[in-house]
Design a protein around this ligand. Structure first.
Ligand SMILES: [Fe+2]
Ligand SMILES: [Fe+2]
Length: 241
C-alpha cells in the first residue's frame, strides 16, 4: 500500500501540468499557481481488492473525474474568486485546496492502473467545462454546486456496502472521503450562490440540466460505471458467466 505524503504532493506540483495534459485540461493549469498544498495527504493510493477488469473500468472513468477536479480548482481559484468579497474568497480557497488534493490523489491512483481504453475526447471535455463558467458569480457558483451534486449522485451507488468498490477498502475509504468533500462543496457553493441572489428554482433547474449534461458526457464510460456500481456478488456471477 502506498500513501501520499505532504512531500509527495509538493514533489507532484510540477507534474500537474502533465497530468492536466493527459486529462485534456491543460488550459486550466495556470489558475492552479498559488493554490497551496492541501491537507489531503495521508490518503492511501491503492485499488487492491479489485480484479483486472474492474481496475480497467476504474482507469476508464478516472480521466473524467480528474478533469472535473482540474476544472474545480480553476473555478475556485481563478476569476470567480476575484469577483467575490474577501470572506468568500477564503472559503473558495479552502475548496480549491480540497480539489487540488483530489486531483493529486487521482493522478497518483492513475499511475497504479492501466491506461484508459477510451480516453475522453478533448473537445467534448473542454466544451463541457467551459459551459460551466459564467461572468455572473452567482450563476458560476450554482453551476459548480450542480456539478458537484451530480458527481455525488454518481458516486453514491458505486460506494454502497457490498458493492464492487467496497471490496477494495483503501479505494473505498478515499472515494467516500472525496464524496464527503464534494457534498460539503455543494452546500458551501450553493449557500454562496443564494447569498448572491440565486433562486432555489433556478438552482433546481441547473441541477437538472447539468446532471443530464454530465450523464451525456459520460456516455462512453457508462458501461464501466454501471459495472463498478454492481454488488460484488453480482459482479462475480457476471465474470463467471
Ligand atoms: Fe473534487
Ligand atoms: Fe468539489
Amino acid at each position: 500500500m502506498r500513501t501520499l505524503s505532504a512531500q509527495d504532493l509538493t514533489a507532484a506540483l510540477p507534474i500537474i501540468e502533465g497530468t492536466a495534459m493527459r486529462n485534456v485540461c491543460l488550459e486550466y493549469t495556470p489558475a492552479w499557481t498559488g493554490v497551496s498544498v492541501p491537507a489531503w495527504t495521508d490518503m492511501a493510493v491503492d485499488s487492491h481488492g479489485l480484479n483486472d477488469s474492474q481496475r480497467q473500468d476504474l482507469a476508464d472513468v478516472l480521466p473524467y473525474l480528474a478533469c472535473g477536479e482540474a476544472s474545480a480548482v480553476h473555478a475556485f481559484s481563478g476569476r470567480l474568486s476575484q469577483q467575490l468579497p474577501l470572506a468568500a474568497r477564503a472559503i473558495l480557497s479552502a475548496i480549491a485546496q480540497d480539489e487540488m488534493g483530489h486531483a493529486l490523489w487521482i493522478e497518483a491512483l492513475q499511475k497504479t492502473l492501466p491506461p484508459p481504453q477510451r480516453p475522453p475526447q478533448a473537445a467534448r471535455l473542454l466544451m463541457f467545462f467551459r459551459r460551466l463558467e459564467s461572468a455572473q458569480p452567482a450563476e458560476h457558483l450554482a453551476h459548480v454546486a450542480a456539478l458537484d451534486r451530480a458527481v455525488c449522485q454518481l458516486l453514491h451507488p458505486m460506494l454502497r456496502r457490498g458493492g464492487v468498490i467496497s471490496q477494495a477498502p483503501d479505494l473505498h475509504r478515499a472515494l467516500c472521503a472525496l464524496r464527503q468533500d464534494e457534498a460539503r462543496h455543494v452546500r458551501m457553493s450553493r449557500a454562496m450562490a443564494q447569498q448572491l441572489g440565486m433562486s432555489a428554482g433556478r438552482q433546481a433547474l441547473l441541477n437538472q440540466s447539468i446532471g443530464a449534461r454530465l450523464l451525456g458526457l459520460l456516455q462512453p464510460v457508462r458501461p464501466a460505471l454501471a459495472r463498478l456500481s454492481l454488488g460484488h456478488r453480482a459482479a462475480s456471477w457476471r465474470e463467471a458467466a
